[in-house]
Design a protein around this ligand. Structure first.
Ligand code: DQA
Length: 146
């Protein structure tokens, strides 16, 4: 049987703490629980997901390159705080041809002013923010239709 198209789901700093980290903002679901639900939905869509998390900017850059080199169908990226600081992620997304969908659990536009700037958004195919874990599902549905 042919291997299903793969969606890389890349998560940045502090997202390993989901479930205990500021639950009033980020909710009570853990990243593992989000991954489980995403795997179920991916199976329904005939896709495979490769879910990863790192607190290190360079890992995210390497994984974007890898997703491109491996011919991933799309990347779903929650870059966490690097969203607001990382020229390296901006450049990496620009350097690859695989479409990147930006996701945030919270709505950064409705929070502190330093979160209003995204270095990812201008080079992403699209952005989904403010819907909690549902945002990952919406991004997967979007990725399936690209
Ligand atoms: C976040 C929003 C960012 O501003 C923040 O730094 C995060 C999480 C979100 O998913 O809402 O770490 O990306």
């Amino acid at each position: 049987m042919a291997t299903p198209p793969t969606i890389y789901v890349l998560n940045g700093p502090n997202l390993n703490l989901l479930g205990v980290r500021e639950p009033e903002i980020y909710g009570s679901e853990t990243l593992d629980e989000i991954a489980g639900a995403l795997e179920d939905r991916a199976r329904e869509l005939g896709l495979a997901i490769d879910m990863r998390q790192s607190n290190h900017e360079g890992h995210l850059v390497d994984w974007l390159h890898e997703a491109n080199a491996e011919g991933a169908k799309a990347v779903i990226l929650n870059a966490g705080a690097y969203t607001h600081t990382s020229v390296a992620l901006h450049d990496a997304i620009k350097a690859i041809s695989v479409p990147v969908i930006e996701v945030h659990l919270s709505n950064p536009q409705a929070r502190e002013s330093f979160r209003r700037r995204s270095f990812v958004a201008p080079v992403a195919r699209g952005s989904i923010a403010g819907f909690g874990p549902l945002g990952y599902q919406l991004a997967l549905d979007a990725a399936a239709r690209l």
